[in-house]
Design a protein around this ligand. Structure first.
Ligand SMILES: *Cc1c(COP(=O)(O)O)cnc(C)c1O
Length: 407
């Protein structure tokens, strides 16, 4: 009799986006003349940079000619893309990352979810709350937790992100082996300073832990003091793996291209205490289970690093940050304390009441959809996330309606 992986039965059903959709469609059915504006989405809305489209067309034509056709490429990504990433995303910021330490993939979601495979099943986890659910759920599936009790899995050290710590958790007193961090953060929009990240690197070095650093939103950082990469911190090359994506940087959510950085110096140990370079383990995992991102998509991603691509991608993030600024100042003007929205496309609004109650209020009084914070974890209660991914027209209209409803 074939049996299931019973860890899957521990997963809390993720009702968040299904619940939102249900409430929105019920409202729309009851009020057909009142169009709803969605500021709940974590997906980009603007089209790809023209430089990427040109590269995509050119690469597609190459695929149509015998002389330039390409079949399987290197699983880790083509050298032209790995070299561009190393030069523009790392060397240019003073970080030493070799092209062969970069593993190109079809998404940071898969990378963040798959990376746990190379660690022991009894690794002790430290995971922020509120959080991007992928970090937690993939570890539940792998059997690294007990059951969920009162909304929290046994066996996870939760790192509370609250108004009192500015949504940036300090290092805990207790040791952990695997630490997930995400800055700029989804959902809070908070960013970590160099000193705050340095404390985490120090924690990892002291505890022989590994930091999994998700910097999917680094392109939204405008404050020059805020680090874009964990490798801007001295010593991080020995203890940190970083995830990045072209999704929010250049509108690639429907194209699929991202990368993981595994420096050759990041180490974990076996039962006998012998050190192993994680680079070799991840290379084995990646080449065994993945066959590379398509050639045209890698060409489109590399075009993000050309002069034209860089300014076009920058214009995209500038545009969303313009929306974010409007949202943050409107919500602050209504008396709410807000985080995020300055170096991130999300505004985390402290609504001081049940987050679903506030969601319903915005939907019914303003026909605007936000995301209730409780859906991201216990510490998300009392907050909602408002996303800057929409047209300027929709954002302005949504803010007018919110002001009229709440004033
Ligand atoms: C959007 C997002 C990603 C990127 O995911 P892709 O699979 O590359 O599209 C990664 N991490 C977080 C926290 C995100 O919000």
């Amino acid at each position: 009799m074939i049996r299931i992986n019973e860890n899957y039965t521990k997963l809390k059903a993720s009702y968040l986006f299904a619940d939102i959709a249900k409430r929105v469609s019920a409202f729309a059915a009851a009020h057909p003349g009142r169009p709803v504006i969605r500021l709940g989405i974590g997906d980009v809305t603007e089209p790809l940079p023209p430089a990427c489209i040109e590269a995509l067309h050119a690469a597609t034509d190459e695929m149509g000619k015998r002389a330039t056709f390409r079949g399987y490429g290197p699983e880790q990504g083509y050298p032209f893309l790995r070299e561009a990433v190393a030069a523009h995303d790392y060397a240019a910021r003073g970080c030493h990352i070799e092209p062969d330490e970069i593993f190109v993939s079809d998404g940071a979601k898969c990378d963040c979810g798959n990376i746990q495979e190379i660690f022991a099943t009894d690794a002790r986890l430290a995971i922020p709350d509120p959080v991007y659910p992928v970090y937690v759920d993939t570890n539940v599936m792998a059997g690294r937790t007990g059951p969920s009790v009162d909304g929290r899995y046994e066996g996870i050290l939760y790192l509370d992100s609250t108004p009192s710590n500015g949504y940036v958790p300090a290092v805990p007193a207790a040791p952990a082996d695997l630490v997930y961090l995400c800055f700029p953060n989804n959902p809070t929009g908070a960013v970590a300073t160099k000193a705050q990240l340095a404390a985490w690197v120090d924690y990892a070095r002291r505890n022989r832990a590994v930091i999994l650093f998700d910097s999917a939103y680094e392109a939204y950082i405008r404050d020059p003091q805020i680090p874009h990469s964990i490798y801007e911190i001295e010593g991080a090359r020995d203890v940190a793996i970083e995830f990045r994506s072209f999704s929010k940087t250049a509108g690639f959510t429907g194209m699929r291209c991202a990368y993981a950085v595994v420096p050759k110096t990041v180490t974990a140990w076996d039962k006998q205490g012998r050190p192993h370079a994680l680079h070799g383990l991840w290379n084995r995992r990646h080449t065994t289970k993945f066959n590379g991102v398509s050639y045209p998509v890698q060409r489109a991603a590399a075009a993000v690093f050309t002069d034209a691509g860089r300014s076009q991608a920058r214009a995209l993030t500038d545009f969303y940050l313009g929306n974010a600024k409007l949202i943050r100042s409107a919500m602050a003007g209504l008396g709410f304390t807000c985080a995020g929205g300055e170096n991130a496309p999300y505004i985390w609004v402290n609504v001081g009441r049940d987050s679903w109650e506030f969601f319903d209020l915005l939907l019914e009084k303003a026909q605007v959809v936000c995301t209730p914070g409780a859906g991201f974890g216990k510490c998300g209660e009392g907050h909602v996330r408002i996303s800057a991914f929409n047209s300027r027209e929709n954002v302005e209209q949504a803010l007018e309606r919110i002001a009229a409803a709440l004033r």
